[in-house]
Design a protein around this ligand. Structure first.
Ligand SMILES: Cc1cc2nc3c(=O)[nH]c(=O)nc-3n(C[C@H](O)[C@H](O)[C@H](O)COP(=O)(O)O)c2cc1C
Length: 220
C-alpha cells in the first residue's frame, strides 16, 4: 500500500493543477521539462494501442494571432502561456487503414493482415460494439483518447511546477479550416480534438470547488 506521504503528494498535485487564466509571459519552460511533458503524452494509453493522435506546438506568432478571432477560450493563454499545444485526433483509424498497417508493422513490429484475428476483432469492436459508423464517429472516439493524453500531460506538468489550461473554447469548423489552409492537417485524416496551454501562472491558485464525492461515486 502507498504511504501517507505518497497519497498526500498525489492530492497536492491534483489540487495544484489549475486551469490557469493568467500566465506570466516572461517565463519559459525549460527544454527538458517540455520534452518530459511530451513524453508523458507519447506514453498515454490508447485503444488497442493505436495512438490516434498528434501533438502540434503552435509557435509561429502570426499563426497565434490568426486564431484569436475564433479561439475565445484561448485568449488568456495566447497572452502569456509559453506553449500552445494543438492535440489532433485521427478520423481514419480502421482495421484496414494504411496507418494501422504502419503502426502494427513499423511500431509494434508484428505481422499485419486485414484478415488476421486481431484485425477482425478490432473491426467488430469498432463497428458492432462501439457502433462507429463513419469518419465523424471515429474522430469522436479518437478524441476521447486524445483527452487522456492531454490530462496526463497536465498532471505531469503540475508535478514539474508548470501550469496549464485545457482549451475547447474555439470554433471547431474554423479551426479545422485554418489548419487545413496552412497545411497543418489533411482534414480527411485529422481534425483538432482540443488545445492545451502550458506556462507559469501569474495569479494565485483558486481552491478547488467540486461536488462532494458522495454525489458522484457509488458502489454497486
Ligand atoms: C475539456 C475542457 C475544456 C476547457 N476549455 C477551456 C477554455 O477554452 N478556456 C479556459 O480558459 N478554460 C477552459 N477549461 C478549464 C475549465 O474551465 C476548468 O478546468 C474548470 O473550471 C475547473 O477549474 P480547475 O481546472 O482550475 O480545477 C476547460 C476544461 C476542460 C476540461
Amino acid at each position: 500500500m502507498a504511504n501517507e506521504t505518497q497519497r498526500a503528494h498525489v492530492l497536492q498535485i491534483a489540487n495544484t493543477r489549475f486551469a490557469t487564466k493568467q500566465f506570466d509571459p516572461t517565463r519559459h519552460i525549460p527544454a527538458q521539462d517540455w520534452q518530459t511533458i511530451l513524453e508523458v503524452g507519447r506514453l498515454a494509453p490508447s485503444s488497442f494501442g493505436y495512438e490516434p493522435w498528434r501533438f502540434v506546438l503552435l509557435k509561429d506568432p502570426q499563426l497565434k494571432e490568426a486564431i484569436k478571432p475564433f479561439a475565445w477560450g484561448a485568449l488568456n493563454s495566447l497572452a502569456g502561456a509559453d506553449k500552445i499545444l494543438l492535440i489532433l485526433a485521427r478520423t481514419d483509424v480502421t482495421y484496414d487503414a494504411p496507418y494501422i498497417q504502419h503502426l502494427v508493422e513499423d511500431v509494434k513490429h508484428k505481422v499485419y493482415s486485414p484478415t488476421s484475428p486481431q484485425s477482425q476483432h478490432f473491426k467488430v469492436f469498432q463497428e458492432r460494439d462501439l457502433a462507429l459508423k463513419d469518419a465523424h464517429d471515429r474522430f469522436e472516439w479518437a478524441c476521447r483518447q486524445a483527452y487522456i493524453a492531454m490530462a496526463n500531460m497536465m498532471f505531469a506538468a503540475t508535478e514539474l511546477g508548470i501550469d496549464s489550461c485545457p482549451i475547447e473554447g474555439f470554433n471547431y469548423a474554423r479551426m479545422n479550416q485554418f489548419l487545413a489552409d496552412h497545411q497543418i492537417i489533411d482534414p480527411v485524416h485529422w481534425q483538432i480534438a482540443v488545445m492545451v496551454s502550458f506556462g507559469y501562472r501569474a495569479q494565485p491558485i483558486k481552491p478547488k470547488v467540486r461536488q462532494p464525492l458522495g454525489d458522484l461515486y457509488e458502489e454497486v
